[in-house]
Design a protein around this ligand. Structure first.
Ligand code: C5P
Length: 220
């Protein structure tokens, strides 16, 4: 099978990371969690990144070199040779990621890094702008959605499983704010590509969503 890129975009808590890993495993290709790249920057640069000049920010960004190795469930995203860890998984870091993800120098740098990875290897790429901006010529584009309540419930469950229990009402509000920020930003806002398959996952379990994605991705 030739080089292929499958994009998986959608709002917070829809289950993209779990599904991307599983689809990549089934297809024997790498998976790229681009949210983890923005989370790493949010965590390391903090909200102060907003106050830097573009030139200062670009200088800071030069200090982050992202790389991807392995395939399927063994795909590893590293920054400067160190695999990204669990410390970026909190909702607080998610919000910091969303703040830095609005900045043009950040988006330019991440787009270049992601496209370089996609030029080297077949990928399941998950994020917000994979189908719209980073890989407009992808083989297959999926946009996952679910109601805000269901996404908050899923994220709540996921955080608890990682030993980071959170308050459901608070989490629901945090996710609402983050989605609003991601949908309304000027550059690369969260939205489906015109040629994406939209999958409403609200009433589906993870196996159901996986099968639906494979129906589209498996035959390309
Ligand atoms: O997917 P995840 O929740 O880990 O992403 C964290 C944040 O990173 C998102 O809320 C969004 O602001 C940003 N992001 C982005 N573009 C992507 C992936 C993530 O702007 N491709």
């Amino acid at each position: 099978v030739s080089h292929r890129i499958i994009t998986l975009d959608g709002p917070a808590g829809v289950g993209k990371t779990t599904l991307a890993r599983r689809v990549a495993q089934a297809l024997g290709i790498a998976y790229l969690d681009t949210g983890a790249m923005y989370r790493t920057l949010g965590w390391k640069l903090g909200a102060e990144a907003e106050n830097l000049t573009d030139e200062q920010l670009r200088a800071q960004l030069a200090g982050f070199r992202f790389s991807l190795s392995g395939t399927g469930a063994d795909s590893v995203l590293a920054v400067n040779g160190v695999p990204v860890g669990q410390e970026i998984r909190s909702e607080t870091v998610g919000m910091l990621a969303s703040v830095v993800a609005k900045l043009a120098p950040v988006r330019d740098a991440m787009k270049a890094a992601q496209q370089a990875m996609g030029a080297e290897t077949s990928l399941v790429a998950e994020g917000r702008d994979m189908g719209t901006v980073v890989f407009p010529n992808a083989t297959c584009k999926i946009f996952l959605d679910a109601t805000p309540q269901e996404r908050a419930r899923r994220r709540h469950e996921q955080l608890a499983a990682m030993g980071q229990p959170a308050d459901l009402a608070e989490l629901t509000e945090q996710i609402r704010l983050r989605d609003e920020q991601d949908r309304n930003r000027a550059i690369a806002p969260l939205r489906p590509a015109h040629d994406a398959v939209i999958v409403d996952t609200t009433a589906l379990d993870i196996n159901g969503v996986f099968e639906e994605i494979m129906r589209h991705a498996g035959r390309v």
